[in-house]
Design a protein. Structure first.
Length: 91
């Protein structure tokens, strides 16, 4: 119903080097996770939006994700304020 009105609740992730990175609630540890692109558990894939080319190497992306993990604890997830969209904007 909301989709026909051009709105709704969406999950988002960032695909880099064949992996999708995103953020979700988790009671312990980081909320950052990875999955196969378009196959995030609990969500239905709809579309991709090309955002440009990655200027980092695979190893640099891995280092960035590792550095971000402590700053994105799963228990800090909030459906409106600190969610997968906020993570993707930061990432």
């Amino acid at each position: 119903v909301l989709n026909s009105l051009g709105t709704g609740a969406f999950h988002c992730g960032v695909e880099v080097y064949g992996q999708e990175f995103s953020f979700n609630y988790k009671p312990h540890g980081t909320g950052i996770f990875r999955c196969r692109p378009g196959n995030c558990p609990g969500h239905s894939y709809r579309t991709s939006v090309l955002m440009g080319e990655v200027k980092m190497t695979f190893d640099q992306v891995e280092e960035l994700v590792s550095a971000m993990r402590p700053h994105w604890p799963g228990r800090s997830y909030h459906i409106l304020d600190n969610n997968c969209c906020a993570f993707c904007d930061t990432f």
